[in-house]
Design a protein around this ligand. Structure first.
Ligand SMILES: Nc1ncnc2c1ncn2[C@@H]1O[C@H](COP(=O)(O)OP(=O)(O)OP(=O)(O)O)[C@@H](O)[C@H]1O
Ligand SMILES: [Mg+2]
Length: 389
């Protein structure tokens, strides 16, 4: 491992399985056979787990499990409470609270400097918070650091695989850090390399891979030990559209193989957030501006779709009125034969307006209906474009 910040695994001692928590050692040994086996390990017995949990809760002085379940729902994989990180006088993460459900893909979307990486580093225990806390797979990030690290996989923003090792060697080193060895390790490596489409390249030196392949190797490494939660910091930044698409599809396959896998990813690409995330938070200046499903965030906008209709002749005031009564908002006529307005997504006013105009004797030359994007959502909260921030 060349980078000391390569991920939580880097800080874990290399060594035999028996050095690990017995509940972890059990699932490391318990390698499910065959294709499509679950990524998530079989849980430790309910009793020992509940006991350990109760102890941890008592030590942490936190809400009881029951209280938390009432608050967040029984299926929370991550619960973040007023998490704050200051660097000197600057606040990178400012009292952020949210929760991620088991099996959910949760996005942190925001411009450069929004605090995304800092938040990920706090949740993966690479940085201590200034105040507030979070629980990852029910382990407190302050008091249960090792347990958190074992439950998670991370793919950081930087390239952290060793460029002088082969694809296989990179995974082998990683596996050994988690106490994997022998046949178990070999099986895991094969499964992960097949999942990311790099099995045929196992003998290739990492620096000879393309950017997209290197990224896929990073991801294979992040999931090698079957984490229940995967943290991805900008998984596709800098990749060409084809590689981005391949990685998106790979996440889809991984979720299909293990519906309980929770993924937290950061991005400043709205299309990526839109495509991958079940829910997302839009971050700016260390704070969450809004949170919800991509669809609900877009629907929440006062005005959503932008409609432009060009006709073969000037639109009369009476006909303009007919379009307005459909519910068109912010109507303007940049030219006498053009109607521009906005509508709520899903209202289909654009099509109906074109129909109304045709019924009134116009010929529609152009009809453009542009769906709102998460970019518009960001703009509505900040008055700035995501990419210009
Ligand atoms: N170790 C550090 N010391 C001081 N300031 C830091 C440190 N790490 C991050 N910051 C500051 O915290 C803020 C948030 O940075 P962070 O890297 O979390 O942003 P980000 O959302 O990941 O941005 P990007 O999209 O560029 O990756 C920035 O203002 C950054 O300068
Ligand atoms: Mg970042």
């Amino acid at each position: 491992m060349t980078d000391p910040l390569a991920g939580p695994a880097a800080a874990l001692p290399a060594g035999p399985v028996e050095k690990l928590d017995p509940s972890v050692a059990r699932w490391l040994d318990d390698e499910p056979a065959g294709e499509g086996a679950l990524l998530t390990p079989a849980p430790a017995s309910a009793d020992s787990y509940a006991e350990a949990l109760a102890k941890e809760e008592a030590a942490a002085g936190m809400l009881s499990r029951k209280e938390r379940e009432t608050k967040h729902g029984a299926e929370a994989a991550i619960e973040v409470e007023k998490l704050t990180k200051r660097f000197g006088s600057a606040v990178a993460v400012d009292a952020i609270s949210f929760s991620v459900r088991t099996g959910e893909t949760y996005g942190l979307l925001g411009p450069n400097g929004a605090g995304k990486t800092t938040l990920i580093r706090l949740l993966t225990t690479l940085l201590p918070p200034t105040s507030g806390t979070a629980r990852v797979q029910r382990h407190d990030i302050r008091r249960g650091r090792s347990a958190v690290r074992r439950a998670i996989g991370t793919v950081s923003q930087a390239v952290t695989t060793d460029e002088n090792l082969t694809v296989r060697e990179n995974l082998s080193v990683q596996g050994k850090m988690y106490g994997l060895a022998g046949k178990t390790l070999a099986t895991r490596i094969e499964r992960r390399l097949r999942e990311v489409g790099l099995w045929e390249r196992q003998g290739q030196i990492a620096k000879e891979l393309s950017g997209g392949m290197r990224r896929r190797l990073e991801i294979a490494r992040g999931v090698l030990h079957s984490p229940q939660i995967l943290f991805l910091d900008e998984p596709t930044t800098g990749l060409d559209p084809q590689s981005r698409r391949a990685i998106w599809e790979m996440f889809g396959d991984m979720k299909a193989a293990n519906p309980k896998l929770s993924i937290v990813l950061t991005t400043h690409a709205m299309d990526e957030a839109d495509y991958l995330c079940d829910r997302l938070a839009i971050l700016d200046g260390g704070r969450i501006l809004c949170e919800g499903t991509p669809e609900s965030l877009k629907r929440g906008l006062e005005t959503g779709e932008r409609v432009e209709i060009e006709t073969d002749r000037d639109i009369s005031p009476a006909d303009r009125e007919a379009v307005l009564t459909l519910g068109a908002r912010n109507f303007r006529s940049p030219a006498p034969a053009v109607a521009e307005f906005q509508s709520q997504p899903g209202e289909a006013i654009g099509r109906r307006a074109a129909q109304v105009l045709e019924e009134r004797g116009y010929r529609v030359l152009h009809l453009t209906i542009a769906p709102v994007t998460l970019e518009d959502v960001f703009f509505s909260y900040t008055g700035r474009a995501l990419r210009e921030s």
